[in-house]
Design a protein. Structure first.
Length: 166
């Protein structure tokens, strides 16, 4: 399945998202826009979400379907962080108010997902633990110094034209 997804993604518009160390951790391949401003993508996780804290999303709802590989998801449930293991075929519903982080099993593993989301309704960011052990919210643009725009896929290169890990 991973080989098929790699070949398919070579034809799709690609945005490479870097982690804290400047190394790619996620390749996002645009499939199509949904009515009302949502989108559908293929995600290829090359590494775990960077350790910037749990993050939320700017959409009211999102749905991930694990296509290949798998991961652990750390998710805030009340005051506790719980771990869920997701394998191929599993669905992952993520609400805008959910805070989570994706962790790959090892540094050499990868995971492919089909990911869909509704229109953007709010900013997004990270829950960081301060010196007093309290969680505080930090906007992603302040935390990462990166910005995103909703029409990135219109000018993005195709996957085959991006330096991708095999």
């Amino acid at each position: 399945m991973a080989r098929l997804l790699y070949r398919l993604s070579g034809r799709l518009r690609c945005r490479v998202i870097d982690g804290n160390d400047g190394q790619p951790y996620l390749e996002r391949y645009h499939l199509f826009r949904l009515p009302g401003g949502g989108g559908v993508y293929i995600h290829r996780f090359l590494a775990s979400d960077p350790d910037r804290g749990l993050h939320d999303h700017p959409w009211k709802h999102a749905l991930g379907i694990i296509l290949s590989g798998g991961y652990r998801e750390l998710r805030l449930d009340g005051d506790q962080v719980v771990t869920h293991r997701l394998k191929p075929g599993r669905l992952n519903l993520i609400r805008g108010e959910d805070f989570h982080r994706i962790i790959l099993p090892t540094e050499t593993d990868e995971a492919w997902t089909l990911f869909a989301h509704t229109a953007k309704v709010k900013p997004w960011g990270f829950l960081k633990v301060d010196a007093h052990g309290e969680r505080r919210y930090v906007d992603h643009e302040i935390s990462t110094q990166e910005s995103s725009h909703e029409n990135w896929w219109k000018t993005a290169p195709r996957g085959k034209d991006v330096a991708r890990r095999r």
